[in-house]
Write a protein that binds this ligand. Structure first.
Ligand SMILES: Cc1cc2nc3c(=O)[nH]c(=O)nc-3n(C[C@H](O)[C@H](O)[C@H](O)COP(=O)(O)OP(=O)(O)OC[C@H]3O[C@@H](n4cnc5c(N)ncnc54)[C@H](O)[C@@H]3O)c2cc1C
Length: 372
């Protein structure tokens, strides 16, 4: 058995884990399948902006510079990660992919593209949002245009003059539709099946994250009500547009993350984006909507979310209440009932996943200490 903790993945969660492992003086090794760290952030589209404030979304021990703004751009966040890694010389092996993890004796046998070893403790930091997800739409294979996921959208110029349909009701679909306004043929169609939850970035002049922190001492029920009123009250002029905007967080149908800011409303008003019904099927070069409308398009971009990367776990494990995530013990972040197997990068609630990974990583390393 190797006298090391193995961390799978060098995204923010794996990097935060490495920080606390170093601090605790525990031997460890991070393996990352790509040749670079935090690959999710390396290729984000130019207009991607963090939807959580920079002052809570930093890695442990090094705040993001104020000059990056309250909501830093995704590419600046990536630059910050690279600086962080220059400062901390973590033990990361790039280009090593974990293929299979199975229980073996008191530990975990980890098979990688560079051989297998048994570890007493393994931290899975392979990303809850690491697998771009595209739903299976009838006729998809026969569609003669191009289909891609938001994850593979890098530059709006690549779509100059094209007729584009965005599918999804979250920030990726909305952001990309806005970004394409000056490039693709107008209007860019935004297909929304359920609804879009609009959130203000600066309710009453303060970033929404600041309100979350300020209202924290209040009892849960009051805090939720107030936050809903402040952050998710939408925009009056959006309601006038009569689109599928959710009235507030409580009464919404959809589940995707909120779309923050007024840019989408502006673009709809300007006519560069047109929201349309949910996508039902493809026919030849056309996307056919749930209301029967047929749109001839060149490219369809799915902003339909991500699934976790857990395909290497080759043993039975309990699913959580959503039915598709692994069940985790909240106090230790250990996978339920599986000694020595932990997860970091899993919880979305509160101030956001980038802030949560600091708490999760610190808690996991505290839980692991007793094994050494
Ligand atoms: C477009 C987008 C925008 C987001 N914006 C925000 C935001 O503003 N604020 C916020 O709080 N959160 C945000 N999130 C959510 C979340 O914070 C990020 O997804 C974040 O990158 C999660 O970090 P992670 O380390 O858990 O996963 P990832 O960043 O996905 O990193 C996982 C790493 O594991 C590696 N890996 C995967 N499988 C293996 C394997 N088998 N072997 C070896 N390595 C492997 C991957 O290559 C990757 O580098 C966003 C997510 C996305 C997709």
């Amino acid at each position: 058995m190797r006298n090391e903790v193995l961390v799978i993945g060098a995204g923010p969660a794996g990097i935060a884990s490495a920080y606390y492992l170093e601090k605790a003086g525990l031997p460890y090794r991070v393996v990352e399948r790509e040749s670079i760290p935090a690959s999710t952030w390396a290729g984000v589209y130019p207009s991607l902006q963090l939807n959580t404030a920079g002052f809570v979304s930093h890695l442990p021990g090094m705040r993001m510079p104020l000059r990056l703004g309250i909501f830093p751009m995704g590419k600046d966040y990536y630059g910050y990660i690279l600086k962080y890694l220059q400062k901390h010389k973590f033990n990361i092996d790039y280009g090593v992919e974990v293929k299979r993890v199975t229980p073996e004796g008191d530990g975990w046998c980890v098979e990688t593209t560079h051989g297998s070893d048994v570890y007493r403790a393994v931290i899975i930091a392979s990303g809850r949002y690491g697998n771009p997800y595209i739903p299976n739409i009838p006729g998809m294979k026969q569609f003669s245009g191009r289909i891609l996921h938001a994850h593979d959208f890098h530059a709006p110029e690549d779509f100059d003059g094209q007729r584009v349909l965005l599918v999804g009701s979250g920030p990726s679909a909305a952001d990309i539709a806005v970004a394409l306004g000056d490039h693709a043929a107008n209007p860019v169609y935004l297909s929304v099946r359920s609804d879009i939850l609009l959130a203000r970035k600066y309710p009453y002049g303060l970033p929404n994250t600041a309100w979350q922190i300020l209202l924290k001492p209040l009892p849960e029920r009051w805090r939720k009500r107030l936050l809903n009123k402040l952050v998710y009250q939408g925009y009056r002029d959006a309601k006038e547009l009569g689109l599928k905007f959710a009235p507030n967080r409580e009464d919404r149908v959809g589940t995707s993350a909120p779309v923050r800011g007024h840019e989408l409303v502006d673009a709809i008003r300007a006519g560069t984006i047109k929201t349309v019904d949910g996508l039902a099927r493809f026919e030849g070069r056309c996307a056919v909507l749930e209301n029967g409308t047929s749109l001839e398009v060149d490219t369809v971009i799915f902003g339909t979310g991500y699934r976790p990367v857990l395909n290497f776990l080759d043993f039975p494990y309990a699913l959580d209440d959503d039915g598709w995530h692994i069940r985790i013990e909240r106090k230790t972040y250990q996978v339920e009932g599986l000694d020595g197997l932990y997860l970091v990068g899993w919880f979305y609630r509160g101030l956001g996943p980038l802030r949560n990974v600091r708490v999760e990583a610190q808690t996991v390393i505290e839980s692991i200490k007793h094994l050494w």
